[in-house]
Ligand binder design. Structure first.
Ligand code: SF4
Length: 471
């Protein structure tokens, strides 16, 4: 017997979505992709011709010192980067960069950006994503060249080999993404021979370097977009059929700020109920299809829901508050239930093989709606929606301002490597450009502006001096 789920949706306490991934997957991925099983990690240090005997001796000294005290030496933080200078020589992607700069990249490597731009136009998008077509000009790029991604991959792989450990171990964040302002469902790369690398292939390469969970975030795709639908079905099948991708976490975002729901709510405001119903239906049908497509991964418990809304007490924001979000989810879940029933009762069994699965999956999704994240910064498109002065003032006090790059260089733990190799550091409210850039083939290309709140001042490499106290 299939039980209706809509009433239970309203009973959940507020959800605090944590971007930081859960440790359960980490444990699984360590089992599957233990770096110590990889050939280049086994022999802890293997220097090439260009490496210096002095570096080798220095590393051995530090290693012995820390091992004596029971401390693992597999972390760049235990070494004085000046004494490692030269180890990166001959690795093309690091041309012109010091070890201090490379370490700074590794520490802030939350996002290995492969593509820029997004069609979803969510009002709450902290990255203020614009459609990628805005950047189609000769000197601009909106996708990384596969050769550059390979350069990054092989460059860091070689450096890790020379160090004897992953330089990314020192990064504070415990997950990576392949995007900053793009939807994961649109991300894939092609090499010069036409070979396609899907999101899983590319994530695996990043995971091999960092040993961290890799996130896949989607706010869905147009139900008529057959290419994306096929790509997602293949990706889900691949991820669900082996434990090779257990290091991945799949996040699905149904939110009232999506452009389609935003349009629906604008029509509602103007009293045009017919158009409200039309856009609301398009959006909820789309999200039910996304959940249906990801069902094999829901069953593997690898799917999370990104549930974001404004606090219920926000005035003049009808449609965007926590209770509105739960109503939106209930409409999506009702449509998902219908899809499940159709799949089972028609005998198609595309994702539902037995009836029990239906309630199990819906229960799982309901549990994922435990809390709603209300911590969004109010800037960009969201500032047009939120006019409640009290809320704006409250949020402003939470958004700490780092007007001084000397402070930000110490405080900001996250960052992104753009598709032209430039490094930016951020705290999710503010961003600083740096003078650090990987030696990409496309290093001179222009990319879309970076958000949130890009400071005019730069973090420069001389500011990194104070960060390394080891002598
Ligand atoms: S899907 Fe993500 S990147 Fe795209 S607009 Fe929405 S929040 Fe921004």
């Amino acid at each position: 017997m299939i039980t209706p789920i809509q009433n239970s949706l309203y009973n959940y306490p507020p959800l605090q979505y944590k971007k930081q991934p859960q440790s359960t997957n980490n444990a699984a991925c360590k089992k599957v992709l233990n770096l110590n099983n990889l050939p280049f990690y086994k022999n802890q240090i293997s220097f090439g011709q260009s490496d210096d005997e002095k570096i080798r001796k220095y590393m051995k000294k530090i290693r012995l010192k820390h091992t004596r005290h029971g401390v693992t030496y597999k972390n760049i933080d235990l070494y004085n980067t000046k004494k490692l200078e030269g180890i990166q020589k001959d690795i093309d992607v690091f041309k012109g960069l010091s070890m201090e700069q490379i370490k700074f990249i590794a520490k802030h490597s939350t996002e290995f950006v492969l593509q820029r731009g997004c069609h979803n136009m969510c009002a709450h998008c902290y990255a203020k994503a614009m459609p990628p077509s805005y950047q189609k000009m000769p000197d601009k790029i909106n996708k990384i060249d596969f050769e550059d991604f390979e350069k990054l991959y092989y460059g860091f792989k070689e450096l890790n080999k020379k160090l004897g450990f992953s330089i990314f171990k020192s990064a504070k964040n415990d997950y990576n993404t392949l995007f900053h302002d793009a939807d994961s469902s649109t991300i894939f790369l092609q090499d010069k021979n036409g070979k396609v690398y899907d999101y899983l292939d590319l994530s695996k390469m990043v995971h091999e370097l960092t040993d961290k969970t890799v996130l896949f975030d989607t706010a869905g795709w147009n139900i008529q977009d057959k290419k994306t639908q096929k790509r997602m079905e293949e990706l889900v099948k691949k991820a669900a059929s082996s434990d090779e991708y257990d290091f991945m976490e799949f996040n699905i975002s149904t939110n009232p700020f999506h452009a389609l729901n935003y349009r629906a709510l604008q029509h509602l405001k103007n009293g045009d109920y017919e158009k409200y119903d039309k856009f609301r239906d398009i959006y909820t049908t789309r999200m039910a299809n996304v959940l249906f497509t990801f069902t094999p991964l829901i069953e593997k418990e690898q799917v999370n829901l990104l549930a974001r809304a404004l606090p219920n007490e926000t005035r003049h924001a009808k449609g965007y508050r926590e209770d509105d979000l739960l109503k939106l989810y209930s409409e999506v879940f009702i449509k998902l239930l219908k899809l499940y029933k159709q799949d089972y009762e028609s005998g198609a069994h595309k994702v539902i093989k037995d009836e029990e699965q239906i309630n199990k999956n819906l229960d799982y999704l309901n549990k994922k709606l435990k809390k709603v994240d209300k911590s969004m910064g109010i800037n960009g498109r969201l500032a047009d929606i939120v006019t409640d002065k009290k809320i704006v003032a409250y949020k402003a006090t939470k958004e700490r301002t780092y007007a001084n790059p000397h402070k930000a260089v110490k405080a900001f733990t996250d960052g992104l490597i753009d598709i032209n190799g430039k490094l930016y550091v951020m705290n999710w409210y503010e961003t600083y450009p740096t003078d650090i850039q990987l030696n990409y083939k496309n290093k001179d290309k222009i990319t879309a502006p970076i958000h949130p709140s890009l400071n005019e001042q730069k973090i420069t490499s001389d500011m990194l001096e104070d960060l390394d106290n080891r002598k």
